[in-house]
Design a protein around this ligand. Structure first.
Ligand code: IMP
Ligand code: MG
Length: 177
């Protein structure tokens, strides 16, 4: 199926069934690595909101949640500058923290957030991302938990946007070239 968002055409790509299976698998992997710990899941707003809410409900055991709002994208490309706009007040010192990202592209966003949050002395801080674009990644450490690797194509849906639209689509769509 194709749809129009602003000036661009997108075609359907990863359906809700595949997304749900990927999220459940990821939750099991995460819990296997932290069998008894209380986890603090940190949602990187706004893109991760939908993934975050599904992931937390698939995760067994104790968890807390926090929110941080960051942005770097303009249109279909990274601006190269990461801005942190706001965050919830829950402290992270001494906690087992997991940053939850919708998609890791250049890696700049997670790098900036990791630098910021490590200063607050968490017990540990790892990254879980639904999607990962290895060909676009410029960082030196891959996210610890990856749902699915994808080619370097711009996507929308399941929380992810093109200039703020498309976040409410239940499936993931890719930009038509
Ligand atoms: P990075 O800093 O280049 O790794 O980009 C990460 C952030 O940019 C993600 O958290 C998304 O919010 C956004 N982003 C990256 N790639 C895409 C995409 O293909 N579609 C929508 N948003 C994206
Ligand atoms: Mg994001």
């Amino acid at each position: 199926m194709e749809l129009r968002i602003h000036d661009k055409t997108f075609s359907s790509w990863i359906d809700r069934g595949e997304i749900a299976a990927t999220v459940k698998e990821l939750a099991v992997k995460i819990r296997a690595d932290y069998p008894n710990q209380r986890l603090l899941l940190i949602c990187v707003m706004k893109g991760s909101l939908v993934f975050f809410s599904d992931l937390m409900r698939s995760l067994d055991g104790e968890m807390e949640m926090a929110f941080i709002s960051a942005s770097s994208y303009q249109g279909t490309h990274s601006s190269g500058i990461v801005q942190v706009h706001a965050r919830s007040e829950l402290g992270i010192k001494g906690k087992h923290c997991l940053l939850i990202e919708d998609i890791v592209d250049s890696g700049l966003t997670i790098q900036a957030l990791e630098e910021l949050l490590w200063k607050e002395e968490p017990a540990c801080l790892d990254i879980a991302t639904l999607l990962f674009k290895p060909d676009a990644f410029k960082g030196n450490k891959r996210p610890k938990f990856i749902g699915k690797e994808i080619p370097d194509r711009f996507v929308v849906g399941y929380g992810m946007d093109y200039n703020e639209l498309g976040r409410n689509l239940p499936d993931i769509y890719q930009l038509k070239l």
